[in-house]
Design a protein around this ligand. Sequence first.
Ligand code: NAP
Length: 320
Amino acid sequence: MGAATVAIPEVVLESSNGQRRIPVIGLGTAPEASSKVSTKDAVVEAIKQGYRHFDAASAYGVEQSVGEAIQEALQLGLISSRDQLFITTKIWVTDNHPHLILPALQKSLKTLQLDYLDLYLIHWPISAKPGKVTYPIEQSELVPFDMEGVWKSMEECQRLGLTKAIGVSNFSIKKLQKLLSFATIPPAVNQVEVNLAFQQHKLREFCKSKGITVTAFSPLRKGSSRGTNMVMDNDVLKELADAHAKTVAQICLRWIYEQGLTVVAKSYDKERMKQNLEIFDWCLTDEDYKKISEIHQDRLIKGPTKPLLHDLWDEEDEHQ
Ligand code: NAP
């Protein structure tokens, strides 16, 4: 087997009765128009470096490339079995209907060339008319979200062995409470935005109390941001990075790791993906935490619709 340079720590998914583990850092694959490296090449390189968790979504249009990269990694002997990987993908809002969940998962599996997923997530707590995928989603395309029916279908996918775990993304506390009121399999994961400029204390506390693992997305706040980046351009974080002889990105990822969260960070650049793994053998100080607690808080990713939905976050932002 090829040399995996970094052994990434894992955490147990509580909903799995201690059976399933998720690597604390995974590689994001949300597309960026400016990227010069293909998803396939990036995933193969990441596997060489020791990444084992890959975060895809049917809406990203990357499942085929991720699948090809897995096949190549197997052929190259970088991994000896697909079981060594943790593959996540997400259902898009146009398939967020009870009768479309299983066919959507089967389609994702086929595109990924896999027999099973490690984690299947509801991408957003909204549903759009089945059919054409557009982004952002016109509000006129939305239809009521049958959370209970959709979750029952998700549970069926897990019972069929097509996914080892099921979870959600972009769910508020209120929506998680509703889900937990009828779930027979509780969500293993809530994948949400968490970064130093959107720390999400309340939601994280709630998830912890319910045994739901939080996966932080947009940890560097760069993916879809334009203009000033509230973490990467933050002067206080630049000072912390200098003091530790680390980069701002490493300060951001280390903080998330110290919170006990899992994270998906996207870099298709060989050096930066390597850098993002170098966060396990040093720590932040109490003084750093004091400075970090003073960073202005504001959500970056406010929603996938045009115009934005006023009740998507159940007005929990100001209490975070
Ligand atoms: P991110 O990981 O916070 O930032 C990615 C950007 O930062 C890229 O432009 C990358 O460029 C750059 N970068 C990475 N490492 C760096 C470093 N060490 N120094 C400087 N720049 C660095 O943003 P994200 O893509 O929004 O979020 C990560 C993943 O979360 C996504 O890819 C996706 O898988 C997931 N996500 C999920 C949702 C959801 O609704 N569930 C929403 C958003 C994102 P290079 O590639 O050039 O390094």
